[in-house]
Design a binder for this molecule. Sequence first.
Ligand SMILES: Nc1nc2c(c(=O)[nH]1)N[C@H]1C(S)=C(S)[C@@H](COP(=O)(O)O)O[C@H]1N2
Ligand SMILES: [Mo]
Length: 514
Amino acid sequence: MTSTESARSWWPPALAGVVALGLGLAVAEIVAGALGRAETPVVAVGEEFIDHTPGWLKDFAVETFGTNDKTVLLAGMGVVLVLLGAVIGLLTARSRGIGLLAATVLLVIAGLAVNARPDSTTADLIPTLAAGLVALPTLAWLVGKAAPPAAAGSLPVTPAPTRRAFLTAAGVTAGLAVAGAGLGQLLGARRAGVETSRDDLAASLDLPRARPPGGVDLTVPDADPWRTPNQHFYRIDTALSEPLVRAEDWSLRVHGMVETEVELSYDQLLAMGLEDRWLTLNCVSNEVGGHLIGNALWSGVPIADVLALARPQTGADAVRSRSQDGWTAGTPLDVLTDGRDALLAVGMNGDPLPLAHGFPVRMIVPGLYGYVSATKWVVELEVTRFADFEAYWTTRGWAEKGPVKVASRIDVPSSRAHVDAGTVAVAGVAWAQHRGIAAVQVRVGDGDWNDARLAAVPSTDTWRQWVWEWDAQPGKHRLQVRATTADGEVQTSEQAPPAPDGASGWHTIDVTVD
Ligand SMILES: Nc1nc2c(c(=O)[nH]1)N[C@H]1C(S)=C(S)[C@@H](COP(=O)(O)O)O[C@H]1N2
Ligand SMILES: [Mo]
């Protein structure tokens, strides 16, 4: 074999292209698996292909391959990908620029496919981006090894070591790709296992239908519903990807300043008896007028019952709860044991907890902001003293205790809306969980406060809808709302930002009456 032959044979750059593409796709699998995302570039392109396959071809595929049609599609895509990889490798050997451009075009197509998926979000593009970040440099590097730039034919090249170096590099890269794809599959399978666990519980838990009680919803057009559907419930947590815990693998450890340490499995927790409670949860980071708040029917076991099994010792004043991924919250022990409906929840609006909201078990404590009480994916309760620890957000400057501040929000009309003169329904919600809302008042400009009509509520633990019929006169007007708690506190006009213990001030909007 002469040096000219080895430099010019077609297969090393083709192999380089295939291997680089393979590594890129494997990286996408790992990243998607780690982020708990289903939309890898391959899956998205495949799904787009399925969605846009003409009916006759679909019928043909199902008739010919039966339930193997997906396997056949994936095998077909595999063949196409190998060919594409080879072509890109060969192009790159001819011209770096053209080869890398071709690879980029392929990635952009994959990205467009991901983006076109109905349930995809911007985060779903991350696996494809990661694929590009790894595949493009690998392509350039491997093709460089496969077809070293011809040294004007003058110097004699020693072919054997060059070829061996290329084969080693290609082999290692291919090995990494296979290992990566395997790891990605494993990560994806774990998520699938958790989803199966949740699906099984949807059938076996027998959770109630989450139908709101009568009179709670004033059904003012464009106002938020009293019950927040799970898919619209705000989500706040520090988890880049949701912790994946199957119910059958879950356990809760109760320890610290207790007479007896307790460990409960999911089934043991359920055996203590589920209660269903409407509770409103809100985030301390919610701005005045903001939407980091939701109301749902939670099904769970009273935290007090679980603590009673362990029997907290005198001197303890806190429970440090910990999530599967190590996040912590510090909750006053007396709040958890004063008879309020503080729950270890397994159900949300009649469904097992969604993964994003803490499956399989989370805490919910009416009257406290989420950051000091609503631990998702909870696995540990440590009975302790506030003096002896700091929780996740406390170490970052937020208040140690986080009781909810009384607040109210105008939902309609929306800020800067134009409305017709005449009777205008001004409506929204007010909340002061566990204390209750006794009155809501609205004023126009600096006018008198007008009492709004309040909807019914099942307890003091939920937000309360209100409406005021405004006789709107043409012009620009400023509307403000304030609430009063059942124990007589009038919502302060004093404005405070969310940090360190919750925003305050009256929600104020400007509207134009035409
Ligand atoms: N494990 C865990 N639980 C957590 C958090 C978190 O970051 N990690 N964030 C808390 C905060 S700040 C809030 S406001 C609520 C939000 O709950 P949601 O996402 O179900 O609305 O969860 C709380 N529980
Ligand atoms: Mo929060």
